[in-house]
Design a protein around this ligand. Sequence first.
Ligand SMILES: Cc1cc2nc3c(=O)[nH]c(=O)nc-3n(C[C@H](O)[C@H](O)[C@H](O)COP(=O)(O)OP(=O)(O)OC[C@H]3O[C@@H](n4cnc5c(N)ncnc54)[C@H](O)[C@@H]3O)c2cc1C
Length: 254
Amino acid sequence: MADTEVLIIGGGIAGASTAWHLASLGRCVTLLERGDIASEASGVNAGGIGALGWGNVPDLQAYLTMGSLQLFRHLQLELGYDIEFRASGALQAIQTQEQYVYSRDQVLGLKSRGYTLELLTINEARGLEPELSPDLRGAVHFPLRAQADPVKSTQAFADAATQQGAQVLTGRNVTAITRQANGDYRVFCDGEVHETERLVLAAGAWCKPLGRMLGLDIPIVPVRGQMWASEPLPPRVFHSLSAAESPMHWAQSP
Ligand SMILES: Cc1cc2nc3c(=O)[nH]c(=O)nc-3n(C[C@H](O)[C@H](O)[C@H](O)COP(=O)(O)OP(=O)(O)OC[C@H]3O[C@@H](n4cnc5c(N)ncnc54)[C@H](O)[C@@H]3O)c2cc1C
């Protein structure tokens, strides 16, 4: 017989947030994480929260981004978790003429669909962020983008889930999953067996091997990202900063 209604594999931001939402809706939830909460991608990212506004015709992307902005604000301001949330806005640096043309076309296209962003000259950008190099070609300004500490945010979601009655278990490496005749799933990890009515795979880059345990081919391929974190600096950078190079490269990659 099932010992939980929903079992979530993975304690990154996706699993922790799912656990919180389902537990808040009164579901009996168990989360299994092989390491610690936020020990993989959710612990080593830039903490940028993307948002371009609702647009003229709100679509799924708008609900996901504007909705998560509201969630992070709610965690910090209403639930009282210190996740270092800040509605900072963001600037994307443009280094080359090719990036300028790409960024200009992107901005024009998105603005015509009612989204909130601007193409700035380098002097306009340096008015917002004085430390930017005068050698840049310009910058895209995303006034609605925000930032939060990724580890603290993921841990806050997991803690909020626990407050709502979810069981969050770390140090549990799932090694096998079988399906029972009644449709329940049996999940094996480190000598423990859990039986659940529903299963959520929130294992990020590791969804493919977990899918294989269920006979599923999940087309998720890990791609290595890079990030540099500095020592704490005096407050002289006010926005989240990124480069147009990355989105242009992603858009042009097959
Ligand atoms: C350098 C970098 C910068 C980024 N910057 C941003 C940014 O600014 N803004 C943004 O929104 N996104 C950013 N991202 C992307 C973001 O980090 C990921 O999209 C997000 O963290 C994915 O969360 P997740 O919960 O799906 O996966 P993860 O956080 O990877 O969580 C998956 C969890 O599943 C667990 N797991 C796997 N297999 C098993 C198993 N068999 N048993 C038990 N547990 C298992 C893992 O241990 C892991 O903790 C960045 C990513 C990188 C790498």
